[in-house]
Design a protein around this ligand. Structure first.
Ligand code: 3PG
Ligand code: MG
Length: 396
């Protein structure tokens, strides 16, 4: 069964309930300011489409942060409602709560076409995938549109159970379509040679994706703090670098796989005595006991770049160093630049590498930049996500 998209829905004069992932990062210095609006911007195509198709009402819903089932103003969707209203040039009415009695009244008014439910996670029933809560939400719409790719790995009331109440009336949005098509390419038919770059802090977070990717890639580059457990597992010294025993054990397990020859590890490093210390190049694979490695070294970067130039498909998840600090950003930004110049299909998945690409101003040069961190990882590991399965096949 194929996923049905919103283009095949009859929306004229309908009340449309739509789930997005408006979980946007906020500015650290100004809690009312959205630091990165991408997730809202990427939802606009679906929102515009629904409104242009003549929907009578559009009820938007999303989670925001992790308020743990309690009302907490810090996690109000108000900044998102405000931003969206400016973009649309139309009022976006934010409800008091997702279960507010006033919602029924709003739905019967001629005005107030666009309504946004306050943060779904103010209710513990959202994360517990509660059926009654899903049913209450479903009463706000005659048609359901799911475009929350970034939350599709969560089996929650608004991403999963809600499908029980929209049999043959549940559709995917344009953002979901873009994400599924891009990831499907990587999972099922990548142009070869297919190479992947996996960085980030912990092997334990990435073990599944590494094992999954080792089956299909020609090269798997490891960078970031993840590299040191691998080097340690191979008998090198890693000094004060981040390296837990648990991760060394996992790295050893991966290095026993018949595909271990595909793994490419750093040859040299940028080291320092502390996280905010002075950076120096260490032209050796072994790290002395008073130093920690915080980025890949210049020889490693050049080696990675040389190999990557042959790729026809590249997946990148996770930065190669502590790139937030300029001193330790050359590896991450160097790889971003190389990917932007390739004649290959380049997919950037995962929060931090997406951020690095944005900071480098290279987003438009990549084939696809995912709006989902955990969701894109899990899609590659499993080939699908709970929210997509429920939308596709419905649930009883
Ligand atoms: C995300 O930002 O990863 C998604 O919005 C999902 O949020 P969560 O990790 O809190 O479930
Ligand atoms: Mg997350």
């Amino acid at each position: 069964m194929a996923l049905k998209y919103v283009t095949s829905a009859d929306l004229k004069d309908k009340k449309v309930l739509a789930r997005f992932d408006f979980n946007v990062p906020m500015d650290k210095n100004d809690p009312t300011k959205i630091a990165d609006t991408t997730r809202v911007d990427e939802a606009m195509e679906t929102i515009d489409y629904i409104l242009k198709a003549g929907a009578k009402k559009l009820v938007l819903m999303s989670h925001f942060g992790r308020p743990k089932g309690e009302v907490n103003k810090k996690y109000s969707l108000e900044p998102v409602a405000k931003y969206l209203s400016e973009k649309l040039g139309e009022d976006v009415i934010l409800t008091e709560t997702a279960l507010d009695r006033g919602i029924k009244t709003l739905l019967n008014l001629n005005e107030a076409r666009v309504i946004m439910l306050e943060n779904l996670r103010f209710h513990p029933e959202e994360e517990s995938n509660n059926r009654e809560f899903a049913q209450q939400l479903s009463s706000y719409g005659e048609v359901f549109v799911f475009d929350a790719f970034g939350a599709a790995h969560r089996k929650h009331a608004s991403t999963y159970e809600i499908n029980a109440f929209f049999k043959n009336k549940a559709y995917g949005g344009f953002l979901l379509k873009r994400e599924v098509e891009a990831l499907d390419k990587i999972v099922n038919h990548p142009a070869e040679p297919f190479m992947a770059i996996v960085g980030g802090a912990k092997v334990s977070d990435k073990i599944k994706i590494i094992e999954r990717l080792l089956v299909s890639v020609e090269k798997l580059f490891i960078g970031g703090a993840m590299a040191y457990p691998f080097l340690s597992a191979l008998g090198h010294t890693v000094g004060k670098s981040l390296c837990s025993d648990e991760d060394v054990t996992l790295a050893k397990r991966i290095l026993m796989s018949p595909s271990k020859g595909k793994i490419v590890l750093p040859l040299d490093h940028i080291v320092s005595t502390s996280l905010d210390g002075k950076a120096e190049v260490l032209d050796s694979i072994n790290i002395p006991s008073d130093k920690m490695a915080l980025d890949i070294g210049p020889r490693t970067l050049a080696h990675y770049q040389d190999l990557l130039r042959n790729a026809k498909t590249v997946l990148w998840n996770g930065p190669l160093g502590l790139f937030e600090n300029k001193e330790f950003s050359k590896g991450t930004f160097g790889v971003a630049k190389t990917l932007s110049e390739l004649k290959a299909y380049t997919l950037i998945g995962g929060g931090d590498s997406v951020n690095a690409v944005k900071i480098s101003g290279l987003t438009d040069k990549m084939s696809h930049v995912s709006t989902g961190g955990g969701a894109s990882l899990e899609f590659i590991e499993e080939g699908t996500l709970p929210g997509i399965q429920a939308l596709k096949f419905g649930i009883d």
